[in-house]
Write a protein that binds this ligand. Structure first.
Ligand SMILES: C[S@@+](CC[C@H](N)C(=O)[O-])C[C@H]1O[C@@H](n2cnc3c(N)ncnc32)[C@H](O)[C@@H]1O
Length: 252
């Protein structure tokens, strides 16, 4: 069982079945529904660990069922939950498949990278997965002489970035899947994604980018790529930027 969503479903179901079996057989004392939900969450978190899911799934399992029970106690109109669901859907879109959630580059990182890149004199910069434009928009404003492109698949962050960047002529934002977009023609490709897509992104960069151009990954290394330069950013999360230069002789 490899897919994270399948593991999550299996863990939640196992938690439910175990709690049902325990109370059916009189092993559990009479408990309020919210405590049963907490027990279900704890059991689901244990099953998730046994299935070798990443450890942060444990926190989600612990909170999931208690949150549903507490939300039902609040007795809000159904429309509140429907709106919440659609807002999350439009924001996170295919995160369950791509395993790339939305989090944003901070301004210290963008300023530091813009200063560092000035020596390389890039003409064209691409942000793969541009979110709300935290990186692409800031960079385009900092360097009006560079052409900055951002590609984002999730509708809500994309719409927000379009609105925020409406008066930035050197910024081009596309709502698309970056895997379908050629990386050739860019001097710098910036990625702030997750560990999951990095090997495939490196393979794509090797196929499409010209030698000497740069693939820069915020926080996530590429295991099979050598010759990495590391920029340490002096921000609160001590960001590391991993700079990979596309070699003359391309090896995967
Ligand atoms: C961690 S956020 C980074 C946002 C922005 N680059 C920044 O640094 O602030 C990653 C974004 O990539 C988007 N994304 C993931 N896979 C994508 C794909 N295949 N095509 C386009 N966008 C994608 C996600 O929707 C998410 O908004």
């Amino acid at each position: 069982m490899h897919r994270p969503l399948t593991k999550a479903l299996a863990a939640q179901t196992a938690g439910l079945i175990l709690v049902y079996a325990l109370s059916r057989n009189g092993i559990l004392p009479n408990m309020a529904l919210v405590w049963l939900a907490c027990l279900q969450g704890a059991l689901a978190a244990i099953v998730s660990m046994l299935l070798l899911a990443p450890c942060w799934w444990g926190a989600i399992h612990l909170a999931f069922m208690p949150a549903i029970i507490l939300a039902s106690l609040l007795q809000q109109p159904v429309a509140v939950y429907v709106c919440g669901f659609f807002l999350l859907l439009l924001t996170y879109w295919t995160s369950f498949r791509t395993q790339v959630p939305l989090f944003l580059s901070n301004h210290v990182t963008v300023h530091r990278l813009a200063a560092w890149l000035s020596d390389n004199k890039p003409q064209k910069v691409l942000d793969v997965g541009s979110g709300t434009g935290s990186f692409a928009l800031r960079l385009a404003r900092l360097r009006p002489d560079w052409s900055v492109t951002g590609i984002e698949s999730a509708p809500a962050p994309y719409a927000l970035s379009r609105w925020l960047g409406r008066q930035t002529p050197n910024l081009c934002l596309l709502r698309a899947d970056f895997w379908e977009h050629s990386l050739s023609g860019y001097d710098v490709v910036y990625a702030f994604l997750s560990p999951v897509p990095m090997p495939a992104l490196w393979a794509k960069a090797l196929r499409e980018m010209r030698p000497g151009s740069l693939l820069i990954s915020n926080s996530f290394t590429i295991e099979n790529a050598r010759d990495v330069e590391i920029l340490r950013i002096d921000d609160r999360r001590a960001t590391h930027l991993f700079v990979y230069r596309i070699p003359e002789i391309k090896r995967k």
